[in-house]
Ligand binder design. Structure first.
Ligand code: B16
Ligand code: MG
Length: 216
């Protein structure tokens, strides 16, 4: 199943750091304004999906219909709130071992790409102090939201590689489905129950380093 890859494509939220609480907090506040009460379980439905798709899911859940203009205003409002919530992020917000993991992968000459759905990813990587490790950051603008494979295929094409030379790492089911649709090996950060489509599972990102040390 595992063939040494030429490129590893990392998701950001839930794999390198945790921002889903902040996304959810910002969405919950916005939903309240619309009279929609989001239960904590809803957070899971928003993981890995784009800003637009997140709003659509909330509106569908609340039975609220809005114009495209109104949606744009709300998305901008949510994003401003989200950005204030992640303003204080530093290296300390990285999951355990992440910098060692990225260093190790680079030392083996494997290309590193970021395949996040977040338009805030470049600035967040800068705050986390790990932007320098990435050879390519996929720009999610204009690409279909995960579970579409667009984001992962973009990284593959950028490096002129084939799918069997790439591995994707994701924590969200939508992201794992996107990787599999791109015909790549998918490493899931989660359980077999949460991420049934992933080829390999780890409960936490920190387990990746010892695994890759045996194989790269
Ligand atoms: P933004 P990932 C995703 O990040 C988040 O999991 C998801 O909750 C969010 O809606 C999406 O990014 C878009 O984020 O509003 O910052 O563009 O898991 O793909 O790294
Ligand atoms: Mg994620």
């Amino acid at each position: 199943m595992f063939k040494a890859p030429k490129c590893i494509i990392f998701d950001l939220d839930g794999v390198l750091t945790e921002t889903s609480k902040q996304h959810f907090q910002a969405w919950s506040k916005l939903a309240q304004k619309l009279g929609i009460d989001l239960k904590p379980e809803f957070e899971e439905h928003l993981k890995g999906v784009s800003r637009k798709e997140s709003l659509e899911r909330i509106l569908t859940f609340g039975g609220v219909t809005l114009s495209e203009e109104e949606k744009e205003v709300l998305m901008a409002e949510k994003n401003t709130h989200y950005q204030t919530l992640i303003k204080q992020f530093t290296k300390d917000n990285l999951f355990e071992n992440v910098e060692d993991l990225l260093n190790y992968i680079k030392s083996k000459g494997v290309l590193l790409a970021l395949g996040s759905a977040s338009k805030n990813a470049p600035s967040l990587l800068r705050s986390l102090g790990i932007k320098k490790y990435f050879d390519y950051i996929v720009d999610p603008r204009g690409k279909a939201s995960k579970p579409s494979p667009d984001i992962f295929l973009d990284a593959m094409k950028h490096f002129k590689l084939s799918a069997d030379q790439c591995i994707g790492i994701e924590d969200a089911r939508a992201g794992v489905i996107a990787i599999k649709d791109a015909q790549m090996v998918a490493i899931g950060i989660g359980t077999k129950e949460n991420l049934p489509e992933a080829d390999i599972h780890f409960a936490e990102t920190k387990q990746l380093l010892p695994y890759l040390k045996q194989r790269l």
